[in-house]
Design a binder for this molecule. Structure first.
Ligand code: UDP
Length: 327
């Protein structure tokens, strides 16, 4: 049994990680500033033995007391509209937040796992993306607040490992979806599912020919736990190589929801990557991990989750629209 600090533990991915760690008998300290994380994501854990939550912005302070065996840094806005609304905070979470969480890990001799991103590959010229590919990013483009923050976080993680011997691991997370995405989050799956369920047009950016490879959240969390337990440093891609066009995804969502919503084509966000697909050979080989949830099964679980929210009137309308990173 370990005591694991999950920074960003009230977020979409972080809250599922908290669940999984508790299920397997670890203790969890969730740290979140609720800027994009949501209290309802961890409401079911409050009062549970072994679970503690602290409200704090990790770029300002990490007020964790007691023993720490591992630190997982998932604290950052992750959807393009969310990080574009909070550019300075996103950069601070990746830089100052990473520094503070590495120091916490160091103070306890704990393992540190960084949630990095496929965005470090930018608009990739190598396909599928292998970890050795150095990426095609624009350091002054609008998305740089996220991808440069994560690239800096990776650099600092490796610097701490090399200069101070911190036990670190870097996961490059590809598009992940599932229950607990916020309805107004702005990411493609939550937008399409909520739009389909509420009879609104599905907002396809560009012509929908760009691709993404979507990983169901339960699989993603399994990969993160494998990395947490392994001796590996990485970086390692943790994602699902099942590559689809955005248009194909829109049609899958329409079919699974039985919705008659139209498609509404809008402007493609600036520097929206044309193709994205992880090469997960390294994760398969070193972690013995690979995703197992087919897209339709994961989407069905996601639709079920959002159907309850839409029925309660929380359809996220007005948020996560095309405007975020569009133009
Ligand atoms: N997208 C879309 N409609 C939406 C939201 C997103 O067509 O309502 C597209 C977006 O332009 C991108 C892909 O879906 O090509 C994935 O976008 P998301 O914001 O989920 O994540 P990203 O991979 O861009 O970080």
């Amino acid at each position: 049994m370990s005591r694991v600090v999950v920074a960003g533990g009230a977020g979409f991915l972080g809250s599922h990680l908290c669940d999984r760690l508790l299920e397997r008998g670890d203790e969890v300290v969730c740290v979140d500033d609720y800027s994009t994380g949501r209290p309802e994501n961890i409401a079911h854990l409050n009062g549970r033995a072994g679970f503690e939550s602290i409200e704090a912005d990790v770029s300002q302070a990490v007020p964790v007391q007691g023993p720490v065996d591992a630190v997982c840094h998932l604290a950052s806005p992750a959807s393009p509209p969310a990080y574009l609304r909070r550019p300075m905070e996103t950069l601070a979470a990746g830089s100052e937040g990473t520094r503070r969480l590495l120091e916490l890990a160091d103070a306890h001799g704990a393992r540190f796992v960084l949630a990095s991103t496929s965005e470090v590959y930018g608009d990739p010229e190598v396909h599928p993306q292998v970890e050795g590919y150095r990426g095609n990013v624009d350091p002054v483009g609008p998305r740089s607040v996220y991808d440069e923050a994560k690239r800096f976080a990776e650099a600092m993680t490796m610097a701490s490992h090399r200069s101070r011997g911190t036990d670190v691991a870097i996961a490059r997370i590809f598009n992940t979806y599932g229950p607990r995405l916020a309805p107004g989050d702005g990411r493609v799956v939550s937008n399409f599912v909520v739009q389909a369920l509420s009879g609104r047009p599905l907002t396809v950016y560009g012509d929908g020919s760009q691709t993404r490879s979507l990983c169901f959240v339960a699989d993603e969390v399994g990969g993160l736990c494998s990395l947490l337990d392994a001796g590996m440093t990485g970086p390692v891609n943790i994602g699902n190589p099942d590559e689809r066009t955005v248009l194909e995804l829109a049609h899958r969502v329409l079919e699974l929801t039985g919705s008659t919503s139209a498609l509404a084509f809008g402007p493609l966000p600036v520097h929206d990557p044309v193709r994205r697909c992880p090469d997960i050979s390294l994760a398969r080989r070193e972690l013995g991990w690979e995703p197992s949830t087919p897209l339709d099964a994961g989407l069905a679980a996601t639709v079920e989750y959002f159907a309850r929210i839409v029925a309660d009137g929380g359809n996220g309308s007005g948020a996560g629209g095309a405007g975020g990173s569009g133009g």
